[in-house]
Design a protein. Structure first.
Length: 503
């Protein structure tokens, strides 16, 4: 038996075994084919579509919908992957488009949006930058008490907002503008800015409310004081001086009742308040200034000082007006020690003040008799005004007083040609600003005579004749011009008379 087995293994029976294996394989294929045909007859495709096995999707022909995370990132419809890169996040069609146009349309839209925002921001930035730039400059100037500069910068802001019809409210800048104007005694500008930017019946800002009430009180006081003085003429001032002073003095502490259309005070017997009025107390500072004005008209030197001193003491607001007047008065009467601290207060309140240089020049002319220094101080003051931003109108308005002092110093130095040029400058400044005074005109006329300019003197004389029908003798040359023509007074006497220091 072992022999037979060996033969079989060695190849003698190999062909018969192979034939048997082939036959078995044929039978298996036939049976498998029959089973497949029977299965296809018994089970439709719909049955297979409903068949679910956990972890698999059974399909017949068409594939089931691809999972969202397997779709193309661009179109979101076709399966991701390309022939060249099966792991590509894009399908073949989108990948081909991107090769031709290598930009993401979503990214392009986002880029356009970002650029739009940037352009809008840039336009807004360009629009607002001038406001903030000038506002910062104004704030810095106000901090240093450079009031002329601060006012110029804030005016720029206001004009820019108005010209561009901007609706944005720059409250802090507007507030500082109002504070600056208040310190400079620009009362009409203050009222206009407050009424434009605030609800005046409900001002919540305490500082603005205080300023608004202060100005309304002073306006009401001035109106009622003039009402009480309305029955007196200038010719009554000397004859009824004590009565006038007493009348104004009696108003201190009294109430004023203000409505939108009327104004009364408690001294009116026929007036009965209804409770709907705004009530103010007479502003003592204005009362003292009206008494000062009465004293000036009556040439009462003692009371001139008295009421100016009281005005400075009782009104911080009116210090800007009263302190320079009092300092001038002290200098004119030789009380230089009293004048010096007032000059320093003028400087502290407004470091750019033209009055500061005017007072320094007067001190040099009166106290030190240093006419060159007095002239140079005025020149420095005028130069400093010219350095201030947008100062053309300011020079015309405030420069006249410095030109007048410079003229007086040059007269004392006997430089009459220089004095004549300076007097012309002063008169021109006043004419430009609409505030021409008789003193400036007369000094200009006197110096025209002194330097032989008869044509200018005739022009000034002809101007006076044009006003005679309207003003009578009020616009005529003063005695200084007539006395100089008659040789009764010298230029130096005119310069040191004090009549031209208050210009």
């Amino acid at each position: 038996m072992s022999d037979n087995e060996n033969k079989s293994l060695n190849g003698e029976n190999e062909s018969s075994v192979h034939d048997e294996m082939e036959e078995l394989a044929r039978i298996f294929r036939e049976e498998l084919g029959k089973a497949r045909e029977e299965a296809e007859k018994e089970t439709s495709s719909e049955d297979f579509e409903e068949l679910e096995v956990e972890g698999y999707a059974v399909t017949m022909g068409d594939k089931k919908e691809t999972a969202v995370d397997e779709l193309c990132e661009c179109c979101g419809e076709r399966p991701r992957g390309t022939k060249r890169n099966p792991n590509s996040p894009f399908c073949d069609e989108c990948a081909a488009i991107m090769e031709k146009y290598p930009y993401d349309w979503k990214g392009i839209i986002m880029l356009i949006a970002v650029l739009g925002v940037m352009v809008l921001s840039l336009v807004t930035f360009v629009e607002i930058t001038p406001i903030f730039a000038q506002g910062v400059r104004g704030n810095n100037a106000l901090r240093k008490n450079e009031l002329y500069s601060a006012s110029a910068y804030y005016n720029d802001v206001s004009e820019y907002i108005s010209e561009n019809n901007m609706t944005l409210k720059f409250k802090s800048i507007i507030k500082n503008k109002i504070i600056t104007e208040y310190k400079l005694l620009y009362m009409s500008d203050v009222l206009n800015d407050i009424e434009t930017n605030y609800d005046v019946k409900n001002i919540k800002d305490k500082d603005i409310k205080k300023i608004y009430d202060s100005i309304r009180s002073m306006n009401a006081s001035a109106t009622m004081i003039q009402e009480h003085l309305g029955g007196y003429s200038d010719s009554d001032v000397i004859k009824k001086y004590d009565d006038l002073i007493s009348t104004v003095e009696g108003l201190i502490g009294k109430k004023i009742y203000v409505t939108d259309t009327e104004i009364h005070d408690e001294s009116e017997e026929d007036f009965k308040p209804t409770g709907k009025e705004t009530v103010f107390i007479y502003d003592e500072g204005w009362i003292r200034l009206y008494q000062y004005s009465i004293a000036v008209t009556a040439d009462n030197e003692k009371d001139i000082k008295l009421y100016l001193e009281k005005a400075v003491e009782c009104s911080e607001y009116l210090e800007s007006l009263a302190a320079p007047l009092l300092a001038q008065t002290y200098i004119g009467s030789g009380e230089y020690d009293k004048a010096e601290p007032l000059i320093n207060r003028v400087k502290e309140r407004n470091s750019e003040s033209a009055e500061y240089y005017m007072l320094l020049s007067m001190m040099s002319r009166y106290k030190d008799k240093n006419y060159t220094a007095a002239k140079d101080i005025c020149i420095t003051g005028l130069e400093n005004l010219s350095y201030i931003y947008n100062s053309y109108d300011l020079i015309a308005e405030r420069g006249a007083m410095l030109s007048m002092q410079k003229t007086l110093a040059l007269i004392m130095a006997k430089d009459y040609e220089g004095a004549y040029a300076s007097a012309k400058e002063c008169y021109s400044y006043q004419t430009e600003s609409g505030s021409a005074t008789i003193q400036a005109r007369d000094l200009y006329a006197v110096l025209a005579l002194a330097t032989g300019d008869e044509d200018t003197f005739k022009e000034l004389s002809d101007e006076i004749k044009q006003y005679e029908e309207i003003y009578g003798d009020e616009m005529a040359f003063t005695d200084d011009v007539k006395d100089y023509q008659a040789g009764k007074i010298t230029l130096q006497e005119i310069a040191m008379s004090g009549r031209y220091d208050l210009v």
